[in-house]
Design a protein around this ligand. Structure first.
Ligand SMILES: [Zn+2]
Ligand SMILES: [Zn+2]
Length: 805
C-alpha cells in the first residue's frame, strides 16, 4: 500500500462501493485507522458474502463504528471480531446493539439452514462467536462525543431505522461525516436525519436512489393500501417480504390503521394480517424501550394509551408456518426482505403460481437477490427446497418503496447543508451512483476552480481516494482566554455591527489559526518558563488572529499547546496552562524555597524517611544519615556534637533539600506532583521539632531521658502515609475540578467497621463521578469524557503513590 504523507487522508472501501451490500469502509489519517460498518452481501453466501477483508491488515484498525443493524452493515461484525486479527474497539448505539443481538442469532440460524440445504458448510461464525463478541461491543449515546486514541466521534440520528446513526469523526482537526443509510422523511415512527451542528471536510454519503425522486409519502401510502385492499377483496393473498425489523414496523403502522378504519369493507376482520418473524415478539419490547428515540407522534400515542404502539390490533404474529392456516385471503409480512431463504421464501414458493396473489416489494431490492429477480416478472423461479425443480410464477409483482433512503432532492439538500468540499459516494449501484455524481458536479459547477470547489468521488471497492489537507490548524480555546476572546468580539461587534463569525459553543470557542510567531510574546514567556522539548507535548507561543467575516481581526495572546498523540491543539492563556495541561509537568520551572530549621539534621532525615521511604543522600558531611540507618539495630553510636557540615538529600528524583546550619533550602521542578511533595516537605521541616516522633528520635540520641513519650507503631506510620497519599491525590483532583470536587469519608458496606473508605465525588452539571481513593478506582461515572479525565488523574496519582512507597 502506498506510503501516505502526513497530510494525506485516505479512503478505501472493502465493500459497499459501487454496490449495495457488504458495506465496509476504511479511513486513514495521521496514523489513525477507522473502519465504518462490517456488512455482508445478501446476494452471496458464506465467505463470498464478506467484504474484501484480505485486502487490508485489520490489525491496524483503531476503531470500528457500526451505523445500524441491517445485515448489509453489521452482519460480518462477529466474523471480524472472532476470525481475524482485528484488535480495535467496536461501537454502536444502544438500540442497534439491543436489536443486533436477536437479528444476528436469526442470521446464524437462517444461513446455517441455507448452507446445509446447499450441501456447503460455509457458516461465517457460530452462536458462540456471536455471544463472545457481543460483550466486547461498546455503546455510544447520540450526541455525545467519544474519544479513542485521538479519534473523536459523535453519533447523530440517521432516520433510517431505530438506532441508525450517522457518525461525525474528527481527527487532527479534520471532520468526516459518514451518513450510513439515512432518510430525511418524517415517517410514522422516526424523525428525519439530523444535520450535525459543526461543518465537515469530507462527506461519505449513501447514493442508493441516485437521481431518482420519491413519490410523496401520502400517495405511496394510498397506493399501498389500495393495492392490498383490491387483491384481498378478490380473494387473493398478499406477500410483503420485509426486513424483520425497522421498515416492517413502519408498514404495520400503516396497515393496522387502515384495517381499523376500513373494517366493514374488509369483511369485519375476515382478512387477517400476519407478521411472520422469529423475532417479532422479542423485538416489540426493544421497540417499546426506545420509544423516546422516535418521533412525537409515536411518543404521544404511547403516552396517551400507555400501551406499546407496536402491538397491533389487527396483526397477529407467526413464529413459523406450522401454525399458519392458509384458508383464504390474507396479508403476510415475512422476513427476510430479499426472499433469499427462510419464511418469506417459503411463502413465495407456495403463493407465486396463483395469478390472483400479489407480491409487494416495499424495501430496496439488492442486485442479485430473489427480490430483484422477481421484479423482472420471470416465467418461473428456482425452488430453494428442491433445487432440481422450478416453480411457475403467475402472481402479480409490484413495488412501492418505503425504503428509508433519501431521494435525489433530499440528498442534495442535505449535502448542501453539510457543505463539505469532498464528497465520497457509497452504497449505490454503479449506474445510479454515476448519475448522482454527474448531477452533483453540475450542481456545484459554479465553484469549480475556486477554493470552495466541490470534488465528488465514486471509487470502486479497494480503490483508494487520497485527499490532501494542508495548512489548516484548528485550535480550541479553553479556560480564561475564552472570556478574553468574547470581550474582544463584543468590542469588535460594537465597532462593526455585522459582528463576527467566530463559532462559539458554551464554554469553548473554535478558532482557525494561522501560524505566526510574535517575538515579544516569545520573550515574555521565556522569562517565566524554561521551554524544553519534551516527548509528547510541544509548546508553541503564538499570536492568534481570529478572522471574522469582514476581515476584521481580533488579536488575543496566549499559548498553543499541541498534543501530538491526540492531535489536540489547545489555545490557553498563560495563567491557565497548568490547569488545562497537567501533562506538561515536564516543562521545567525550577522553584526554590528556604526554611529556617531548628533541629538536628538526623531528625530531618529520619522524618523524611518515615514519610517518603527512600530518600537519597547526595552529600552528608557529618555522617548523620548513617547514624539514623543504624539507629534501630545499634544504639551505641557516638553522637556528633558539632554539626556544621552540609547535608544534601534527594526526594522523589527531582526534589533537592540542602541543610546547612539552621537553613534548609528546597529546590524542585515545577509540577503538580512535585509541588505537592515540596509543600509537604516544607510542612515537615516546620513541624519537625514538635512532632512526637522527634522526641522519640531525640530520646535515643540523648540517652533515654524522654523514654516515656508515646511512640508511633508501624501501623500508625503506614496509615499516616496512606492518608497522606490520598490527600495528595485528592489535591490533584481539587486543582483539576475546583469546587466540583468533594472528599468523603465513609464506612464501606461490606467492610469491617474499622475500615473506612475515602471517596471523592465530582459533580459537573448532569455529569458525576465517584472515586474510591482507598482502592484508587472509579466506581461510578455517567460521562465518558469525565471518566477519561478521572482515569488519567488516578494514573498520575498512582505514579505518585508508587514513588512514595
Ligand atoms: Zn439499512
Ligand atoms: Zn444499507
Amino acid at each position: 500500500m502506498e506510503q501516505l504523507s502526513n497530510s494525506s487522508f485516505k479512503f478505501f472501501s472493502l465493500g459497499g462501493s459501487n454496490e449495495v451490500g457488504r458495506s465496509c469502509h476504511i479511513l486513514q489519517f495521521k496514523g489513525k485507522t477507522i473502519m465504518l460498518d462490517a456488512g455482508v452481501h445478501p446476494a452471496y453466501e458464506g465467505l463470498s458474502s464478506l467484504p474484501f477483508y484480505d485486502e487490508f491488515d485489520l490489525s491496524t484498525i483503531d476503531v470500528l463504528l457500526i451505523s445500524h443493524f441491517h445485515v448489509d452493515h453489521a452482519a460480518s461484525l462477529p466474523y471480524v471480531m472472532q476470525k481475524t486479527n482485528f484488535q480495535g474497539r467496536v461501537f454502536m448505539t444502544h438500540p442497534t446493539k439491543a436489536i443486533y443481538r436477536w437479528l444476528l442469532r436469526d442470521f446464524v440460524r437462517v444461513t446455517s439452514i441455507g448452507a446445509s440445504s446447499s450441501g456447503k458448510d460455509e457458516n461465517l461464525y457460530s452462536d458462540e462467536d456471536l455471544a463472545e463478541s457481543f460483550d466486547r461491543i461498546e455503546t455510544v449515546d447520540f450526541h455525545s462525543t467519544v474519544e479513542v486514541n485521538g479519534i473523536k466521534f459523535t453519533a447523530f440520528h440517521a432516520g433510517h431505522v431505530l438506532g441508525a446513526a450517522m457518525y461525525q469523526l474528527e481527527i487532527a482537526g479534520i471532520r468526516i461525516l459518514f451518513t450510513g443509510d439515512y432518510s430525511r422523511e418524517v415517517d410514522r415512527h422516526l424523525n428525519s436525519a439530523e444535520v450535525p451542528p459543526l461543518p465537515s471536510d469530507v462527506l461519505i454519503v449513501e447514493s442508493t436512489f441516485g437521481t431518482a425522486t420519491h413519490e410523496p409519502r401520502a400517495s405511496r401510502e394510498r397506493k399501498l393500501t389500495q393495492l392490498i385492499h383490491n387483491t384481498v377483496i378478490k380473494g387473493g393473498r398478499v406477500l410483503l417480504p420485509v426486513f424483520a425489523l425497522g421498515r416492517a414496523q413502519e408498514i404495520m403502522l400503516i396497515l393496522d390503521e387502515y384495517w381499523s378504519n376500513h373494517s366493514d369493507d374488509l369483511g369485519g376482520g375476515q382478512v387477517p394480517i400476519y407478521y411472520a418473524s422469529n423475532l417479532a415478539r422479542k423485538c416489540m419490547n426493544v421497540f417499546q424501550t426506545y420509544v423516546n428515540m422516535m418521533n412525537d407522534d409515536i411518543r404521544r400515542k404511547f403516552r396517551d394509551s400507555q400501551t406499546n404502539p407496536f402491538i397491533f390490533k389487527n396483526i397477529s404474529y407467526l413464529k413459523n408456518l406450522e401454525e399458519f392456516q392458509d384458508f383464504g385471503p390474507s396479508v403476510m409480512l415475512a422476513s427476510p426482505g430479499m426472499l433469499q431463504s427462510g419464511l418469506s421464501r417459503d411463502i413465495l414458493e407456495k403463493w407465486c403460481p396463483e395469478g390472483k396473489n400479489l407480491v409487494l416489494i416495499t424495501g430496496y431490492s439488492i442486485e442479485g437477490t430473489m427480490a430483484k429477480f422477481l421484479m423482472l416478472e420471470p416465467e418461473s423461479i428456482p425452488s430453494i427446497n428442491n433445487p432440481e425443480s422450478t416453480i411457475p410464477r403467475r402472481c402479480q409483482v409490484d413495488e412501492i418503496s418505503f425504503a428509508a433512503h433519501v431521494d435525489f432532492q433530499e440528498n442534495l439538500e442535505f449535502i448542501e447543508q453539510i457543505s463539505a468540499n469532498n464528497i465520497i459516494l457509497v452504497h449505490g449501484e454503479s449506474n445510479p451512483m454515476g448519475r448522482l455524481k454527474s448531477a452533483l458536479l453540475s450542481n456545484f459547477g459554479s465553484l469549480k476552480g475556486t477554493e470552495n470547489e466541490v470534488r465528488v468521488f465514486n471509487p470502486r471497492n479497494c480503490v483508494e481516494v487520497i485527499l490532501e489537507f494542508k495548512g489548516i490548524k484548528i485550535a480550541k480555546a479553553v479556560g480564561n482566554i475564552v472570556d478574553e476572546i468574547q470581550r474582544e468580539e463584543i468590542i469588535a461587534a460594537n465597532n462593526n455591527k455585522d459582528g463576527s463569525r467566530v463559532e462559539k459553543k458554551e464554554d469553548d470557542v473554535e478558532i482557525k489559526a494561522e501560524q505566526s510567531t510574535n517575538k515579544d510574546m516569545t520573550n515574555t514567556v521565556n522569562n517565566a518558563i524554561d521551554l524544553k522539548p519534551v516527548k509528547k507535548n510541544e509548546i508553541k507561543e503564538e499570536n492568534r488572529e481570529l478572522q471574522n467575516g469582514n476581515e476584521e481581526e481580533i488579536i488575543v495572546s496566549g499559548i498553543l499547546v499541541s498534543d501530538e498523540k491526540n492531535f489536540d491543539l489547545n489555545f490557553v492563556s498563560l495563567t491557565d496552562l497548568r490547569e488545562h495541561h497537567t501533562e506538561l509537568s515536564t516543562t521545567v520551572l525550577r522553584e526554590r524555597q528556604k526554611v529556617h530549621v531548628d533541629c538536628k539534621k538526623e531528625l530531618i532525615y529520619w522524618h523524611l524517611c518515615q514519610m517518603f521511604g527512600d530518600v537519597g543522600v547526595l552529600l552528608d558531611e557529618d555522617n548523620v544519615t548513617n547514624m539514623v540507618k543504624q539507629e534501630n539495630g545499634n544504639r551505641n553510636h557516638t553522637e556528633s556534637e558539632d554539626q556544621n557540615g552540609k547535608l544534601v538529600l534527594q526526594v522523589m528524583n527531582d526534589i533537592k533539600l540542602t541543610v546547612v546550619d539552621s537553613t534548609a533550602a528546597l529546590e524542585w521542578s515545577q509540577g503538580l506532583i512535585t509541588d505537592a511533595v515540596a509543600d509537604s516537605i516544607v510542612a515537615i521541616l516546620m513541624s519537625v521539632d514538635s512532632a512526637p516522633a522527634s522526641v522519640k528520635m531525640s530520646s535515643h540520641s540523648c540517652g533515654g531521658h524522654h523514654c516515656h513519650h508515646p511512640e508511633h507503631t508501624p501501623d500508625e506510620v503506614l496509615q499516616r502515609n496512606s492518608v497522606w497519599k490520598v490527600k495528595q491525590i485528592s489535591n490533584l483532583f481539587k486543582e483539576q475540578f475546583g469546587d466540583s470536587f468533594t472528599l468523603l469519608l465513609e464506612k464501606g458496606d461490606d467492610h469491617d467497621m474499622k475500615d473506612e473508605d475515602i471517596y471523592g465525588v465530582i459533580t459537573i452539571g448532569k455529569n458525576s463521578a465517584r472515586i474510591n481513593f482507598s482502592q484508587m478506582k472509579i466506581e461510578e461515572c455517567n460521562s465518558n469524557p469525565l471518566k477519561g479525565r478521572v482515569v488519567r488523574i488516578l494514573d498520575m496519582g498512582a505514579d505518585l503513590a508508587a514513588s512514595l512507597c
